[in-house]
Design a binder for this molecule. Structure first.
Ligand SMILES: [Zn+2]
Length: 267
């Protein structure tokens, strides 16, 4: 008898649950097994984190760990698909993990109520148990994105970064070990006013608004890239930044390279 915790075989339940995926051309049992063995840490269990984690968990991602220090508010329900009105006031990370575990009991979903920093990253990412296979940035502010990028480079963990605002989104998959560029190479440093200690010129969902479909689309695109990376060991966005413009229904890819003077990934 095989168990869901055995990562070298698929159980009968798993074969049944993932049947439509295993049937796919270009996706086979080996791809499904790689996905089953994978551990992903997602920072942010909100507008992007909800649809991205739900798709990954339904698809058979073995272990997902959500980190978020926020609680659920009424204004989140418009787009944060794992939450119900009864969840208002509860921590997002734990509520989302609980829901994901119910959606797919064959995987392991974990939530931690915390704010990720350079100081607590080793512990929060459970590096003692080995590196996660992929970090998913599902946050909504530039300062946190910068910290996640530094963590990705420091520990050499691939980073799949998505953002969504108003009717626009961006997606990139950085692989630090390839020296092909990091988040800082593409977007630069957050402009910090040290006296005020706040990031200036920053648009967030809270101050600029976001259409419900923008986060759903970007979270799904993020899951789409993650599944290929984890299951097929293929980065569909090598050296490319994906830009989504929801008002024109346009998606385009913009090339980027490592900035040879980048203070984060070239030192
Ligand atoms: Zn860089």
């Amino acid at each position: 008898m095989t168990h869901a915790t055995d990562r070298t075989v698929l159980t009968d339940d798993e074969l049944l649950r993932y049947a439509r995926q295993v049937l796919l051309e270009g996706w086979d049992i080996d791809a499904q097994l790689r996905l089953k063995s994978a551990r992903v840490v997602m920072i942010g269990a909100g507008g992007l984190g909800c649809p991205a984690s739900e798709t990954l968990v339904r698809a058979g991602l073995g272990q997902v760990h959500l980190i978020d220090d926020d609680v659920i508010e009424m204004s989140n329900l418009q787009r944060q698909t794992l939450f119900l009105p009864a969840d208002i006031g509860k921590p997002k990370a734990l509520t989302a993990a609980q829901m994901l575990q119910q959606i797919n009991p064959l995987i392991k979903a974990q939530g931690t109520v915390a704010r990720l920093s350079l100081d607590n990253a080793y512990e929060l990412l459970d590096m003692a148990a080995g590196k996660p296979d992929l970090l998913l940035d599902c946050t909504d502010n530039f300062a946190t994105r910068d910290i996640i990028n530094r963590i990705s480079v420091r520990y050499q963990i691939p980073l799949l970064s998505a953002s969504a605002i108003a009717m626009e989104g961006q997606l990139a998959l950085f692989e630090p070990h390839l020296h092909s560029g990091c988040y800082h190479c593409v977007f630069g440093a957050p402009s910090i006013d040290t006296e005020l200690n706040t990031v200036l010129d920053e648009r967030t969902c809270a101050n600029s608004g976001v259409l419900a479909s923008t986060t759903a689309i970007m979270g799904s695109l993020q899951a789409n890239a993650a599944l290929q990376y984890l299951g097929l060991t293929k980065n569909p966005l090598t050296g490319k930044l994906l830009l989504w413009d929801g008002s024109r229904m346009q998606q385009r890819l913009m090339g980027y390279r490592q900035d040879k003077d980048c203070p984060i990934c070239t030192v």
